[in-house]
Design a protein around this ligand. Structure first.
Ligand SMILES: [Zn+2]
Length: 267
């Protein structure tokens, strides 16, 4: 009797396997995703040597609004070069705004800000670090006007995600002064999100000699990250690569983080 029961159990199991296999074969075909058609518009803000590009990619495939800003600091080359490279992508969904050269004169001089190292004076005009004067002022210094013009674009666009591309002169692992190898956030909303990106990056892309990326919440007052994190209802983070690494490696890391970001918001 016992043996018979055992046999019948086997038969039931076999039948189950056959049923599952057959059902699997008959699965309806997965609907193909619609073709991604992207409308790219671009315009400029600010004038002359300060002129910055604004690019908006609008896809027919639904998705959140994302704003990516490069070139707030001109000497953080991997940040703005990555932003320019992103303009070539053809897989954005939702709406993506890219401002690759926010602080255009600083970018063209490859300086933190024009006049950096010369008391802020460049061609007779005094500048300061734009990343300490956000949200800026329409009737302020040229540095404050640049900040205001950038903030106005972001406010108008109303992104759910804001990414700010920077670099540091060293890795956090080399001492308190440096913030390289970090993602920085300013509001609680962004904390878990940034931690998830950092974890995935360290799991997927970290080489044996690389310093693991860390999530940090130390954005200074007047910085783009700090202002956006506190005054916009958005997820905001800054990528800080380490300038001691090769430029190609830093650009690669910036792009890997941005890829992870886009994958995460797809889910
Ligand atoms: Zn910076």
């Amino acid at each position: 009797m016992k043996k018979l029961l055992k046999y019948s159990n086997w038969v039931i199991l076999l039948l189950l396997i056959i049923t599952v296999t057959l059902t699997g074969c008959n699965e309806p075909e997965i609907e193909e995703e619609p073709e991604n058609i992207i409308d790219h518009i671009s315009y400029t803000i600010l004038e002359d040597i300060y002129q910055a590009e604004v690019h908006i990619f609008k896809s027919n495939i639904k998705g959140p609004k994302v704003a990516i800003v490069g070139g707030i600091h001109g000497d953080e080359v991997a940040g703005w070069k990555t932003a320019y490279d992103l303009l070539e992508r053809d897989d954005f969904t939702g709406e993506v705004m890219i401002i690759p050269n926010a602080n255009n004169l600083a970018v063209s001089l490859e300086l933190r800000y024009p006049g950096a190292g010369n008391s802020g004076i460049y061609q007779g005009i005094t500048y300061s670090d734009v990343n300490r004067v956000f949200p800026g002022k329409d009737d302020g210094t040229i540095t404050e006007k640049i900040a205001k013009a950038i903030i106005d674009e972001i406010a108008l666009f109303e992104p759910l995600y804001i990414i700010d591309l920077h670099e540091s002169k060293g890795s956090y692992s080399e001492g308190q002064r440096w913030i390289g190898d970090e993602l920085i956030y300013s509001n609680k909303k962004s904390a878990l999100f940034v931690t998830e990106i950092v974890d995935q990056f360290n799991e997927l892309y970290l080489g044996e000699e690389d310093v693991p990326f860390a999530a940090d919440s130390n954005s200074p007052e007047g910085s783009f990250n700090n202002y956006c994190g506190n005054y916009f209802d958005a997820y905001v983070f800054t990528i800080e690569t380490n300038r001691n690494l090769d430029l190609s490696k830093r650009i690669e890391q910036q792009k890997q983080i941005i890829d992870l970001f886009f994958n995460l918001i797809k889910d």
